[in-house]
Write a protein that binds this ligand. Structure first.
Ligand code: NAD
Length: 308
């Protein structure tokens, strides 16, 4: 398979590029990334010289560029996005231009080039919060912050291209990822670095918000299975069932780093902070996938990675 991976210099995208090139020796990958503050070619160290891999610096909104690139591949996996909720609260515009308009540009290019598989990377946040129970793929979307609203728009646009134009779209909605190559603005790498430096760990509100955490390698394996074996037009939740409050994650990090709980600082809650997300995962499990990392083992490895 020849795959165009957008946003492949970011956290999950780069892990996915490494995963595919390792797992499938006949595959070729073109990574397209605008190298915003969140992307770095360093994340692709080890594959930049691989003859099966090509890096292209560019924007998913560049219609001419993405149409040219789409002509040369079998599949597109769209990771490219503005991904940080706090930044979307400060200003939603880049979230609309990249997450919505960028996805539309890619969908147009895929349609024009008769792409065989288009995998749109969505998120559990598109469902909104759930206090009890878990979201299934058929639940309606109820995003509550500007980031998740733009991701829901992209998710629905991708589905509409399948229904309207018969484009071979697949959608995945994954819970919170952690692991190597994540930008230090995100909770786990930031807290590991703060704890190691003896700086405070700012916890929103009372720390009771619950997230489901998956190791990025488990997510990449699931995404790869959906790309190759998923049923066209379907949505797949990808979750670990490892639910933790933010305070539990914070304490686990302090424990792993060997730092004092006195570093915890409760700060004013994030506006519109979703209380809990949780996913049903029967559909992805029916494709033979299950997570390999427990939260504890994944966190131990992640702490070692960032401390190194
Ligand atoms: P990230 O911010 O680490 O990476 C995003 C990448 O996209 C960066 O390399 C950036 O340079 C690139 N990019 C941004 N705008 C672009 C544009 N206009 N054109 C081309 N490239 C552009 O994000 P991430 O955490 O790796 O998330 C990847 C995808 O997975 C996103 O779509 C996100 O919504 C989704 N997702 C993330 C999580 C998570 O826990 N991180 C969970 C579920 C879904």
């Amino acid at each position: 398979m020849r795959i165009l991976v957008t946003g492949g210099a970011g956290f999950i995208g780069s892990n996915f590029v490494h995963y595919v090139l390792n797992a499938h020796e006949d595959d070729e990958v073109i990574t397209l990334d605008a190298l915003t503050y969140a992307g770095s070619k360093d994340n692709l160290e080890g594959v930049l010289d691989d003859p099966r891999h090509e890096f292209v610096e560019g924007n998913i909104r560049d219609r001419e560029l993405v149409t040219d690139l789409a002509a040369d591949v079998d599949a597109i996996v769209n990771f490219a996005a503005e991904s940080h909720v706090d930044r979307s609260i400060e200003g939603a515009k880049p979230f609309v231009t990249t997450n919505v308009q960028g996805t539309q540009t890619l969908l147009d290019a895929a349609k024009q080039n008769d792409i065989e598989r288009f995998l749109q990377i969505s998120t559990d946040e598109v469902y909104g919060q759930i206090l009890d129970g878990k979201f299934s793929e058929d639940d309606s979307l109820n995003p509550r912050n500007p980031y998740s609203a733009t991701k829901a728009s992209a998710d629905l646009l991708a589905r509409s291209f399948h229904t309207t134009h018969d484009l071979p779209v697949l959608i995945t909605r994954t819970c919170n990822n952690f692991g190597p190559r994540q930008h230090p603005e995100k909770l786990i790498p930031k807290f590991i670095q703060n704890a190691a430096a003896g700086e405070t760990l700012p916890v929103y509100g009372d720390g009771s918000n619950v997230r489901e955490w998956i190791h990025v390698e488990d997510n990449c394996r699931a995404l790869d299975i959906v790309l190759r074996e998923g049923e066209i037009g379907e949505v797949y939740n990808i979750g670990s069932h490892a639910e933790k409050t933010n305070l539990e994650v914070t304490r686990a990090i302090l424990d792993a780093v060997g730092a004092s709980e006195n570093l915890i600082e409760f700060v004013e809650d994030r506006a519109g902070h979703d209380q809990r997300y949780a996913l049903e995962t029967e559909k992805i499990e029916a494709l033979g996938w299950e997570p390999e990392y427990s939260f504890e083992e994944g966190l131990e490895r992640t702490v070692d990675y960032y401390l190194d």
